[in-house]
Each structure stands twice: as C-alpha cells, then as structure tokens.
Design a protein around this ligand. Sequence first.
Ligand code: SF4
Length: 706
Amino acid sequence: GSQVVDRKVDSVCPFCGVGCLITYNVRDEKIVGVDGRDGPANHSRLCVKGRFGYDYVHNDQRLTKPLIRKPGIPKEIGEHSGHWSEVFREATWEEALELAAGGLKRLRDTHGKKSLAGFGSAKGSNEEAYLFQKLVRTGFGSNNVDHCTRLCHASSVAALLEGVGSGAVSNQVNDVENAELIFVIGSNPTSNHPVAATWMKNAAKAGKKIVVADPRGTELGRQAWRVLQFKPDTDVAMLNALIHVVIEEGLADEKFVSERASNFEALRENVKGYSPEAMAPICGIPAQTLREVARAFATSKGSMILWGMGVSQHVHGTDNARCLIALSTVSGQIGKPGSGLHPLRGQNNVQGASDAGLIPMMFPNYQRVDNAQAHQWFEKFWNTPLDDRPGLTVVEIMHKALADDSDPLKIRGMYVMGENPAMSDPDLNHARHALASLEHLVVQDIFMTETAWLADVVLPASAWPEKTGTVSNTDRMVQLGRKAIEPPGEARQDLWIIQDIARRIGLDWTYPGEESGVAAVYEEMRQAMHAAISGITWERLERDSSVTYPCLSEDDPGQPIVFQESFPTPTGRVKLVPADIIPANERPDAEYPFVLITGRQLEHWHTGSMTRRATVLDAIEPMATASMNGADMQRLGVQPGDVITVASRRGEVAIHLRRDDGTPTGAVFIPFAYYEAAANLMTNPVLDPFGKIPEFKYCAVRVTPG
Ligand code: SF4
C-alpha cells in the first residue's frame, strides 16, 4: 500500500491451504496492511481473506492473561454471549501452568495413560504440531492425538495411502497449466481456495476443458466445459459410470495399467454393472454426458483431478476417493505433468500438521505406530517407551469422554491447542456434553472460543503473525512465516507453552535458541521425517521462503510432480480398489424431508473465531444465512431474509434465509462458521469406517418458516 510503515515482514497467509505468500505491513507495532508476495502458489495474488482478514489479531477480545475457572461455576453447553469474567478469573502463568499440567499429570498417574487426549491444530505451525504430538506420545503416554484433518481429508488420505502409497497431492495446483482437462469435484474453489481457482479460471481462458462435478451449482461452473450437477450422495454411482466407459469403450491405458497398477480385473468386473445408462437415473446426469466426459478425460494429453470436502465428508468418503484414484489410473492420467490427484487441503497447515504426526495412527511422516520398525526407531529417537497401538480419533475421543467410569479407555482430561471442537465437531450437543464432562480441560487459544468456555484453564496463545514457524500448503510446499509483532499482554508463543507443560509433567526437554527454539524443533522434526524433507534445512527456508518436498538433499530443487517412475506402495504399483454404492447414513423421510449440506463461504474461515473478528470480513458477511433454491422457497412460502428453523434429530437453529438457485432441490446449505446458528448442532456424527471422518455433507433436516 501507499501508507507509511515502520517495517515489512514476510510471512504466509494464515487461512487456507493454497499457501499464498504475504508481507505484513507494520506501523506502531500493529499490522496495518497485507501485500501479496510473489510466492510459487500465488504469484502475488491474494483473496479477500488474505488481503483484509488480518485485524483479528488486534481485536479487543484477544486473550491476554491466563484464566482459571472460578470454583463452583458449572460448565454450560449452550451459546455464550457474556464476558469471560463471569466464569473465569485471571491468574499468573505460574499458577495457570501448574494447574494445567498438574491436572493432566494427576489423571495420568491415577487413571492411566489412556485417560488423556490432545487435539492439536492445523492452524499452528509444523513445529507446534510436531512438538504437540511428541508431548502426547511421550508425556501423556498414548497415541490419543488428532486434529481437524480427521474432519477434512482423512478419508482421502486413507484411500491415497492404500492406493498410491502417499497421502499428499501428486501434482501442484499450477500444473493445471499443463493439463488439457481439469476435473473439479466436490469443491467450490472460488470460495474456498480462491487463488487456486484463479489458476483454473486462467486455464479455462487458455482453452482447457474444465469439468465441474458438484451437487451445488458453483461459480467455477460458469467457466466449465461440462457441469455435472449430480444428486447429493451419488458420487460412487457417477464415478463408476465414468470408469465403466473408459474400460468398456477401450479407452483404458493398457500399458500403464499392466505396468503400474494391480487389481485391475477386480475393478473391471465391479464397474460392469455401472453403465452410464443404468447410473443416469441415480446420479441425475444424462448417460450421453457421462460418456462424453469419460472419453475426454481418458483421451486428453493430461487430465488432472482436484477435489474437496464434497468428496471426503461422507460415510463413503474413502470409496469416493478410491473411485477418483481408479479413474485417473485406468486412464493413465497420473505420474506425468498436467495429470494426477490433488485433494485441495483446507487449513493453511493441515498437510504439514499431518506430515508432522498429529494423527493417532502414525508417527511423523506417516510411519504407523503399530509398525515394529517405526515403533523401535521412535522409541530410540525420543529415548522413551511408546504405545504401539493407534490412538483414538477426534470423534472417538468425544465418545470416550462420555464413556462409563468402568471403561478403561475413558477420556478424563484433554489438552486442546488451537482447535474448536465445540463448533467444528458433528452433533455439537453431544460434543459439548463430552467436553463439559471432562475432569480437566486445558485450552490454549487466542480467543474465548466455544471450546474455551468449557475449560478449566485457558492459556492465552499467539496469533500467526506473532511467531516464527513453517507451514506446508496443499502443494507440498514448506513455507516460512516470520514474526511481525509481539503477542498482546501476557499472551505467549505456543511453542513456549507446550515446552513448559512438557517439563511440568516430567519431560526433560530443551530447545535452545530464539523464538522458543523454533529452529531446533524444526531440525529435530526434519530428522524424524527422514527423506521427505531432508533437503529442506532451516537455513534454506530462511533464504528461499518456500521449498517443495519430496526434497532429498540440499541441492534437490524439490519434486513438484511425483509418481513419475513408481508409486511408494509395497509393490510399487497403484492398488485399484473397487467401490460399491453405500447410501448416506441418514436419508430424508417424511419427518425430515430435506438434506443439510454444510460448508464454508468466501469471507469466513471455519468456526469463525478469526474472520468474524476481522472488521472488513465481518462487514461483508455479518450474519448466518441458510441457502435454498427459489423453487423450494416458493413451496415453503418463504422469502429471502425470512427467518426459518432448520432442525435435525440432534439439534436445530433459527437462521436467515438466502436464495441461491445453485442449491439443489430438496437441500439446504449452511456454513458452519456461525456460533449463533451452528450448523453442526444438526450434523450426523456417523463415521466413514476407513478414514473415521464424519458425514458432514449429508443429514436429514426439516425446514419450517419462523
Ligand atoms: Fe489466504 Fe487462501 Fe486467500 Fe491465498 S487463497 S489469500 S492462502 S485464504
């Protein structure tokens, strides 16, 4: 901008997984603006969140002192509107940390290692994620550590690890430039990955074919060659029909399949029953269109698939992703430029936090905790005995918090860093009861989140511009953010807090150096992750800001496209896994005739704790709205702006109505960012059996005026 600033500090956007590089403009120790920097993912572009969503850090609701729950104040699970001082009192760090760590230690020593769990955050840095999971595994003594990847791409990752041997993307977003056909499914990138969407729109302008497959009509559809607005929940039917056409019309890449895939016969056998003609009435797409799309996909010089939560958040989320892997493999559209598989990561560091081991079944870099070799290696590396059984996942932890006293796996204490499960989990009434029932809950955050209201101790943490650290974006780029300003009041850096708690529960940790030892933590993590980032030293990040992995040595430029030679599976080949139709867990019926689809919108990020406190973003989208199409509104006799009640078997909200004819008939769309109309009060906590991801994209609701 043109304004005078005291300094400019280079960092990374704190919102989505696109990973735009930014520069903070600082004046009088405040951030007064953000510029786009010429990073590999953004080429100086930013969306409205990155550009204008920065002043949440200066919001007067920032937590600036440690807080301790006043004695005798019950944990209320409803909506909170009052001031925190009604429930908490200020404390010194010494008192708060002693209480926080002391409570966790006491539960561990009395009820055993399985009585504790930790949620880290995909909003934190890689170093924070690494240290947090190490604290849970070595200090709490179990693998009960998870984060919001479980709610996001856990099913995609399950399918990818099984099928191609790696959970990360095969090709980067900007590789759409080298594609001829870009297949975008279950994703609304214009809202959710806006700068990634600019690459797609530019590709369309350059004559590439875009296919948008989504039950909701989305803006990218306007640039598309074909729009497949399939019926909600019919992904497998539609995708199997596409695979059917590729195989039955002789368009499969036989050489690729015979040299680089396994289990092809089982897939071929399975999709025989999925002709486009048979699937058209199920998915609502004409057979001819399915054939055209399948032919174009298989025969183009490069076809690339990008997908989002619309694919992953179903009980059949893993099956959906298996179909995408199969479609791309049988067509030979993987392992070369302009092709491949790209699950668009949501949070700025959900890729990195997962890589760093913030998941219950894997150590850093996806080494299974129940693999004897990996287990032995980490016991030696961390010099401590480790549990060799996978821990509980996000939703399982909530269930176990409500388990009987006699249950040996009952969760009694939790440490939650930067996540807000009291807004982000499915079936919130249940999740909030679970959190409220804990004997000891420590929450570390920058605001009084819905989860913090249920805590015993609240520790004031640092916002992203107040610390130095790395994050890994959807493209496998490890990128460095530098501290621009000091945290407010007595708030402290998260790395400092984790280390202090670790020492108080008996761990002998020292990470010397500036910024809470961030470089030392990074270097330890680099060793723990073996080859993946071994060529990405801290010094290199300080010099280059962004390096793509796999990166095997310091002179390796990083590999933007993987699987060109082989797949990192045990056989070196793709494992094709056939999938059959499994219906959504809760179908509409006479009592609950609508389908609730949840998601995000451009201006607000996830549970809204940051963006709803950013002045410009809040001004653009100040209140919760539900979207329905005009025909449904007419049928119900309601108008835009009316208040409606949306209710499922689990909960209900009153919410203003907005007309959006892209919403399919019989469905209502609600973003989950608004505490006053929390969409997740209604969602269904049923899980995909492989990824353990809840079915956020489909549950039955009733819609009534007023
Ligand atoms: Fe930030 Fe994502 Fe927007 Fe880029 S596209 S500015 S990373 S929110």
